[in-house]
Ligand binder design. Structure first.
Ligand SMILES: Nc1ncnc2c1ncn2[C@@H]1O[C@H](COP(=O)(O)OP(=O)(O)OP(=O)(O)O)[C@@H](O)[C@H]1O
Length: 520
C-alpha cells in the first residue's frame, strides 16, 4: 500500500507541528522516520492514521485521495498505528481488548478471536496470553497486543511509534523479523524511532524531520550515522577529531553503532559504598505480583549509587521497583528505608521518607494528561486544600527551563510530545528525593535528551540520592549503572559491578546463560 502526503500541515495554536510536508512511502518497504523530541514525527503519523486531521494538504492511499474522519476510517482503508502509549483498556483481558476494538466483521465469534490472537502472537514471536488482564501486562506486551489487533483488523500499513522502547532485545528481534515478513508480503511499515541502530538494521529508507519540516526525504539505507545525527540535531552536532562525534557532551564510540553515551562522572568506587549510609535495605523479602514471584531477596543500596535492573520484560524487575517504592508489600521479609522498618508502610510514608517512583506508563500511572505542569506542581504542594498558583507557576517555569521542556506552564501535558512528557515527569521529582525507583527513565527520548536526563540523575546521585532503574536498553544499563542486577525467571542475581561486565556478557545473563541467583 503506497502512502503519499502532499503539503501536509498541522498547527497547534501558533506551533506548526507539521509544516507543509510532502512525502511518499512506497509499498513493500520499511520506512524509518527520525527526528529529535518534538520534531513532529508522531503528529505526521497521527495524520496518516486518522487520529488527527490536517489543517491543509492531502493524503492519498494507493493513489486515491482520502479524507480520514478518525482512526476507524484509516483502519478500514488499511492503515493502523501502534502509539507510544498503548490505547487499550487496562481492566479488560487481552482477548476482550481485541474483541472490543475490532470491527464486528473481524471476528464472527469469541473462539475465533482467541485462535487469531494465539496464532498471530505465535507467528510474530510474541508471548501473549488471551486471558491476562491488560493491566497486569508490561508495556511491551501491550504494544504487541496492539500490533496483533491492527493486523487482525486488516491493516496493510502498520505505523509503529517507537515500538521497541518497552521491549527486550529478543522481543525487538522477533518484532523486526515479523515486520520484515510483513514488508516482504507487500505491506508498508512506517517505523518511528530515536534509535539509529534499529533504523539501520530494519529500514529500507529513512526520512528525517526537524521542527516540523522535512530535512531528509526517503534516503536509502544505509546512511552514515553521522549524517543522520546532523540531520536530526542540526548545528548541535559537531564533527570532532578522529571518529568521535560530540553531541552536547555525548561521545559516540563508533560510526556504525548506536551512540554509546559515556558515563559523565568518574567510576564511583564500589569499595567505598559499604561505608555510606543505606537508602534501601531488603532482608529476605519475598513478594508476588501476577505470575511472577521474587524469593528471599537480600539487597543493600547505599546512598549515591545507580543500580540498573536488567532482564526480559516481566522477569521480576518491576516487582523489585514497586517494593522499593512501597507500592507493593512483601509477603515476608523486611524493607528498611534509611534504617527505618517500612515493611508495611503506605506509599505516602515512603514519599515522606524521600522515595519516589517513576512508572514506564507515564500517561496511566505518572501524570494527568489534562493538567498542566503548573497544575501538577500545585498538586504537589503540601498545603492541604489550598494551593498557591503563583508558586506552582514559578516552579513550572523553572522546570521548563531546567529540563528544556517544549511547553508553557499552562499547556496540558497530553499536548506535549512523548519525550517532553517524560521530561515533565522527571521534573516533578522533588529535590528532596533520596531514592528514585524508575522504569525506563529515558523511554521515548532522543539521544541528546536522554543524556540530559542522565546528567540530572547523576547530579542527584552526587548529593546522595540513589537511583534504581529498569531498562531494556543494554547500552543505557552499561553506560550508567554502578552495579547491575540481572533478573531471570523471577530470580535475581547478586549485584554485578558494571566494570566486570560487557554488553555481550550481560545479554547472555539476561538469557539465562551462566545466570546465578544471589545467594541468600
Ligand atoms: N495535541 C497537541 N496540542 C498542542 N501541541 C501539540 C499536540 N500534539 C503535539 N503537539 C506539539 O507538536 C510538536 C510536535 O510533537 P510530536 O509529538 O509530533 O513530536 P515527536 O517528534 O513525535 O516527539 P517525541 O519524539 O518526543 O515523541 C511538539 O512541540 C508538541 O508539543
Amino acid at each position: 500500500m503506497e502512502i503519499a502526503v502532499t503539503n501536509l500541515t498541522k498547527t497547534f495554536g501558533s506551533l506548526r507541528a507539521n509544516d507543509g510536508l510532502s512525502l511518499r512511502f512506497a509499498s513493500g518497504k520499511i520506512h524509518g522516520v527520525l527526528g529529535e523530541n518534538g520534531a513532529g514525527k508522531s503528529t505526521l503519523m497521527k495524520l496518516v492514521s486518522g487520529f488527527l486531521q490536517p489543517d491543509a494538504g492531502q493524503l492519498a492511499f494507493d493513489g486515491q485521495p482520502v479524507r480520514l474522519r478518525g482512526p476507524g476510517d484509516a483502519l478500514q482503508a488499511g492503515v493502523g498505528m501502534v502509539h507510544q502509549d498503548p490505547l487499550d483498556v487496562p481492566g479488560f483481558t487481552a482477548l476482550e481488548n481485541l474483541l472490543c476494538a475490532a470491527p464486528r466483521r473481524a471476528f464472527p465469534s469469541r473462539a475465533m478471536a482467541r485462535t487469531t490472537l494465539t496464532t498471530m502472537a505465535q507467528r510474530l514471536g510474541f508471548t501473549l496470553a488471551p486471558d491476562t488482564p491488560v493491566g497486569a501486562m508490561t508495556v511491551g506486551q501491550r504494544q504487541q497486543l496492539e500490533i496483533v489487533r491492527l493486523l487482525a483488523c486488516g491493516a496493510r500499513t502498520l505505523i509503529l511509534d517507537e515500538p521497541t522502547t518497552g521491549i527486550t532485545a529478543a522481543q525487538a528481534h522477533a518484532l523486526f523479523d515479523a515486520l520484515r515478513q510483513l514488508a516482504a508480503d507487500g505491506n508498508t511499515v512506517l517505523f518511528v524511532s530515536h534509535k539509529l541502530d534499529e533504523v539501520a538494521a530494519l529500514c529500507d529508507t529513512v526520512s528525517v524531520l526537524r521542527t516540523g519540516q522535512l530535512v531528509g526525504e526517503q534516503l536509502p539505507m544505509p546512511q552514515p550515522q553521522q549524517r543522520l545525527l546532523e540531520l536530526m540535531f542540526g548545528e548541535r552536532i559537531v564533527q570532532a577529531s578522529g571518529q568521535a562525534l560530540l553531541l552536547a557532551g555525548v561521545s559516540v564510540s563508533e560510526p556504525q553503532g548506536l551512540p554509546v553515551v559515556q558515563p559523565i562522572q568518574d567510576e564511583r568506587s564500589s569499595e567505598a559504598s559499604p561505608t555510606r549510609p543505606l537508602v534501601w535495605q531488603l532482608e529476605q523479602v519475598t513478594a508476588r505480583e501476577g505470575m511472577v514471584r521474587l524469593r528471599n531477596v537480600d539487597l543493600r543500596i547505599p546512598q549515591g549509587r545507580v543500580i540498573g535492573l536488567a532482564g526480559l520484560d516481566g522477569s521480576g524487575q518491576q516487582i523489585l521497583l514497586r517494593l522499593l517504592a512501597g507500592r507493593l508489600h512483601p509477603d515476608s521479609g523486611r524493607i528498611l528505608i534509611n534504617g527505618v522498618d517500612m515493611t508495611r508502610a503506605r506509599t505516602r510514608t515512603y514519599r515522606e521518607a524521600g522515595i519516589e517512583y517513576l512508572p514506564a506508563d507515564r500517561m496511566r500511572d505518572g501524570i494527568v494528561g489534562a493538567l498542566s505542569l503548573t497544575d501538577h506542581f500545585a498538586l504537589l504542594q503540601p498545603a492541604g486544600i489550598t494551593v498557591d498558583r503563583q508558586v506552582a507557576a514559578q516552579a513550572a517555569r523553572e522546570a521548563i527551563a531546567a529540563y528544556e521542556i517544549k511547553a508553557t506552564p499552562i499547556t496540558p501535558l497530553i499536548a506535549l510530545s512523548g519525550g517532553n512528557q517524560q521530561r515533565a515527569m522527571l521534573a516533578l521529582v522533588p529535590d528532596a528525593c533520596r531514592g528514585l525507583a524508575c522504569e525506563q527513565p529515558t523511554r521515548g527520548l532522543d539521544v541528546a535528551s536522554a543524556q540530559g536526563i542522565w546528567q540530572r540523575l547523576q547530579a542527584r546521585c552526587a548529593t546522595g540520592c540513589s537511583v534504581v532503574f529498569a531498562s531494556a536498553d543494554l547500552d543505557e544499563l552499561m553506560a550508567y549503572s554502578d552495579e547491575i542486577l540481572v533478573f531471570f525467571a523471577g530470580e535475581m542475581s547478586a549485584p554485578l559491578p558494571r566494570a566486570t561486565l560487557t554488553g555481550a556478557r550481560l545479554a547472555e545473563l539476561i538469557g539465562g546463560v551462566g545466570f546465578e541467583r544471589s545467594a541468600s
